[in-house]
Design a binder for this molecule. Structure first.
Ligand SMILES: Cc1cc2nc3c(=O)[nH]c(=O)nc-3n(C[C@H](O)[C@H](O)[C@H](O)COP(=O)(O)OP(=O)(O)OC[C@H]3O[C@@H](n4cnc5c(N)ncnc54)[C@H](O)[C@@H]3O)c2cc1C
Length: 557
């Protein structure tokens, strides 16, 4: 599939959806939100790295979009009359990945960031056209690896997988150079004085060089958090951008609340690592967790949610407004708080397992991991739904999937459709009452030993990929005594808060806590982090949206 446009080849045939031509009536409606001005050939309308990204509709003339890198430019596309500039960072407020330059003098309509928000929130028809084009354009940039960073990594380093996932799940395009496969890579490393031991390396806009950076350093370098005001008191801070947090953000922001969402790594949470969610309402053929999260992320931004890539490390709850402290030490005040921090994967009790995390041991089975182990044997540990999904998904690319279950069989809670597929698949072998007892390798996992607890027999196999899918623990340690938790560390809410718990927590109000409210008035908990939650995408989304109606009530008190 290709296109006849000048610029990068497109992976999709729907050129008219990626680069739609607006009708004169639609252009008139856009003009009401901005200003029309003349532009001259050679004029740069937008520079790569600009933090405030205006939106342009070409009336006459031509505007080219290029990706500059050093002295070179890659032509991405050329916009003619009736077409418009922009992609998803129009809504996120993040830095521009590209340069826009006038190549034929003419006229454009220009809208700044706020005017653009006004347009997409009030004009449903244009909102749909623009939103679709922005998302499809970002997909094309991701596919072509056209971004403002070059990423040098190695298939055998855990840091490489982490950064790939972070960039991919944040929808940020990058060019990737693999140290093992690319013969020119040494020249590039030499020119930036980088030694092989400092891999993975990220080069932002050809300037800043980050050696094995943390997710936070990458977010700072790419300016993910730059446009967000961290000083004023918010109506609502949502902590965690999994399905429950994203749903709260969409409902909260669309209902007029001033919402800030914090996410430690990338939007989507656990669901973002799911290869295919087949039981979410409205997607009969399934949807990947990443697609679902990506859409929700854009939707939350469309309604004006600010999203900060940062970790909440403390809730200061002895005063109002409450204060959420970030890892950087920054403190942000808020009238209400919604905790949507989900849960974390349980690890196998093996001493050297962490050495192979990301280099043979994985906690999610997405397209990225499937690519790494295509044509090889893999192990999936666990007997629940996520393990079942991973096994079925990986069986499409792996030569064989061994499913190791500690108990006598698959969990009673596993969906029937998954059980049937596992039983029928010739490439999946179920090994009940079996546990991994040893893992070995140098840089990469090379072999695995497992033991059958009934026979006591141990077997060693040369397998380099283990998918650990054995459940999760709640992310509540950072709350540090502010809120009542159950004996497993999950947050108690609403009817779960018995009179004695409320007395112990010094609940100050005459009313009982609302549904989904914690032992602290105006602080809510939704999704997997909540005691007694169902641990499904739909229930997390449902709770996230319901909680907003109680947030409104708490704000009025
Ligand atoms: C591999 C896999 C497959 C699954 N498949 C399905 C399926 O097919 N169907 C289904 O219904 N369910 C499925 N689930 C379950 C479903 O994904 C979860 O129930 C759902 O994601 C819970 O959403 P949540 O928003 O409550 O929490 P999470 O998805 O866990 O999100 C929590 C978010 O909070 C962030 N966070 C944590 N602590 C902090 C902090 N201190 N500061 C800032 N951010 C923080 C995390 O980074 C994370 O992004 C699957 C789960 C997994 C792991």
């Amino acid at each position: 599939m290709s296109n006849t446009r000048r610029g990068i080849p497109l992976t999709r045939s729907h050129v008219e959806k990626i680069f739609p031509k607006l009708t004169p009536i639609q252009i008139d409606r856009i003009e009401l939100h901005g200003r029309t001005r003349s532009v001259q050939s050679g004029e740069v309308l937008l520079e790569q790295g600009d933090t405030s990204v205006p939106f342009f509709v070409v009336i006459t003339g031509e505007v080219e979009i290029v990706r500059p890198f050093g002295a070179h430019e890659t032509l991405i596309t050329v916009h003619g009359p009736g077409e418009f500039t922009g992609e998803v960072n129009m809504l996120s407020g993040r830095r521009s990945l590209v340069r826009a330059r006038v190549t034929k003098s003419g006229k454009v309509i220009e809208l700044d960031h706020q005017q653009m928000f006004g347009l997409v929130q009030t004009d449903a028809e244009l909102s749909e056209i623009l939103m679709r084009a922005f998302i499809l354009r970002r997909v094309e940039l991701l596919a072509a690896g056209v971004g403002d960073i070059v990423f040098v990594g190695s298939t055998y380093s855990a840091g490489t997988l982490r950064i790939k996932e972070f960039l991919m799940r944040n929808g940020h395009p990058y060019s990737y150079i693999d140290l093992e496969r690319d013969p020119d890579v040494q020249n590039l490393l030499d020119s930036f004085q980088i030694s092989a031991s400092e891999i993975p390396v990220l080069i932002c806009r050809g300037q800043v060089v980050l050696r094995n950076p943390s997710n936070q350093q990458i977010a700072d370098c790419l300016g993910f958090n730059e446009s967000i005001d961290q000083t004023h008191v918010r109506d609502l801070i949502i902590i965690g951008a999994g399905p429950s947090g994203l749903a709260s953000a969409v409902y909260g922001a669309s209902e007029g609340l001033d919402v800030l969402m914090l996410e430690t790594s990338s939007p989507g949470g656990q669901a973002g690592s799911s290869s295919r969610i087949e039981n979410y309402l409205g997607f009969p053929t399934g949807i990947s967790g990443q697609d679902l999260a990506g859409r929700a992320y854009v939707q939350a931004q469309k309604f004006g949610t600010d999203i900060l890539i940062a970790k909440a490390t403390r809730l200061i709850c002895d005063r109002k407004p409450y204060v959420v402290e970030l890892e950087s030490g920054v403190q942000i005040s808020t009238r209400t708080v919604l905790i949507a921090t989900g849960a974390q994967y349980r690890k196998l009790p093996l001493e050297n397992l962490s050495r192979f995390e990301g280099a043979g041991v994985y906690y999610g089975a997405t397209f990225v991991e499937a690519q790494l182990c295509g044509g090889e044997e893999v192990i999936v540990v666990g007997g629940g739904n996520s393990a079942g999904q991973a096994a079925v998904f990986l069986a499409q690319t792996a030569t064989h999937v061994y499913m190791l279950v500690r108990s006598t069989g698959l969990a009673a809670s596993m969906s029937r459709y998954l059980i049937r597929r596992i039983e029928k698949s010739p490439t999946i072998t179920l090994l009940p009452q079996t546990e991994i007892v040893d893992v070995e390798g140098s840089d990469q996992l090379e072999s695995v030993s497992w033991r059958n607890s009934q026979t006591g027999q141990t077997e060693k196999q040369h397998i380099s990929h283990i998918f650990v899918m054995t459940g999760a623990d709640p992310n509540t340690r950072w709350l540090d005594g502010c809120i009542a938790l159950d004996d497993k560390g999950f947050i108690k809410t609403g009817p779960e808060l018995l009179p004695e718990t409320l007395t112990a927590a010094a609940w100050p109000l005459t009313r009982q806590p609302y549904l989904l409210e914690t032992s602290l008035p105006g602080v809510f908990a939704v999704g997997d982090v909540r005691g007694g939650s169902i641990k499904r995408v739909a229930s997390a989304v449902g709770e996230g949206s319901i909680a907003i109606s109680f947030v409104h009530k708490a704000l009025q008190e």
